[in-house]
Design a protein around this ligand. Structure first.
Ligand SMILES: Nc1ncnc2c1ncn2[C@@H]1O[C@H](COP(=O)(O)OP(=O)(O)OP(=O)(O)O)[C@@H](O)[C@H]1O
Length: 260
């Protein structure tokens, strides 16, 4: 991991009316880092994520992407530099898998043959068989396959940064595990910087290098799981206890050998 910053929030604030959805947040994400943002519903995770690519504009503080103040970067150009994976896949229902993946290169005016090659590369990267997936509509895919297409689309313009909003939340646990592991491998292989929102502390611990815990628009704590465990905040400690408690309960209920 480099010591250069991919994203930096300095006292970032965003209010909706009287509600401070993001409240005075300072958070650095290094190039190559995988950061998970964990917190309950309404804690400000999505708002924080979207401040980085200007899907939402901050009303206080400064946010930089690769050293540049995002206010000085054209929002459309910024979003091409930063891949975004939506919770539901966010695919265009009337476009084929191939056209969904190729939409950004197409908007960038790349030739059709270059796009076709890129689509095939990306399908391979997210481990979807090209021939049997390229021409299908999103509604004919499983949730896991749709999320793989969502990841491929986010990577189409070769971004160095990927933002993911609860990307695997709606999937069954096995698919979720596999996709999480596969994405982590991609993150390493492509040298990406990833910021992933999740409700699930176990997923955050297993996938991320560092975790930021949000509540009420504030980042209560940030660091590796070991660093978080030294936090003085009761909410952070409670979140960290949940995975351990689940393991203890599972160990008590399941045969130890795993030969169920
Ligand atoms: N466009 C908006 N207008 C008004 N309030 C908003 C808007 N977007 C978000 N909020 C409010 O800001 C707060 C933070 O919302 P945000 O979506 O960032 O939370 P979250 O942690 O991502 O929640 P979830 O896990 O449920 O997606 C919430 O109280 C939400 O209702």
């Amino acid at each position: 991991m480099s010591s250069k910053l991919a994203i930096s929030y300095q006292t970032a604030t965003k209010s909706f009316g009287s509600l401070r959805a993001v409240d005075d947040v300072s958070l650095d994400i290094a190039e190559g880092e995988f950061l998970a943002v964990v917190g309950g519903s309404g804690s400000g995770k999505t708002t924080l994520l979207r401040l980085a690519n200007r899907l939402i504009e901050a009303d206080g503080g400064t946010i930089t992407v690769e050293g540049e103040d995002v206010r000085n970067v054209d929002p459309v150009a910024l979003r091409r530099r930063i891949g975004y994976v939506f919770q539901s896949g966010g695919l265009f229902p009337h476009l084929s898998v191939g056209d969904n993946i190729g939409i950004t290169p197409k908007l960038l005016g790349e030739p059709a043959t270059t796009i076709a090659t890129r689509v095939d590369e990306l399908l391979e990267l997210v481990q979807l068989d090209r021939a049997s997936h390229r021409d299908r509509l999103p509604e004919t895919l499983s949730g896991g396959q749709r999320q793989r297409v969502g990841v491929a689309r986010a990577l189409a313009a070769k971004p160095r940064i990927v933002l993911m909003d609860e990307p695997f939340g709606a999937l069954d646990p096995l698919t979720r595990d596999t996709l999480g592991d596969d994405y982590r491998t991609l993150h390493r292989r492509l040298g990406l910087t990833t910021v992933m929102i999740t409700h699930d502390m176990t997923e955050a611990i297993l996938l991320a290098d560092r975790i930021a815990v949000m509540r009420g628009g504030k980042v209560l704590a940030q660091g590796t799981p070991a660093e978080l465990s030294r936090s003085c905040d009761a909410y952070v400690l409670e979140l960290l206890r949940t995975p351990r408690r689940q393991v203890e309960r599972l160990n008590a209920l399941l045969p130890q050998s795993g030969a169920a």
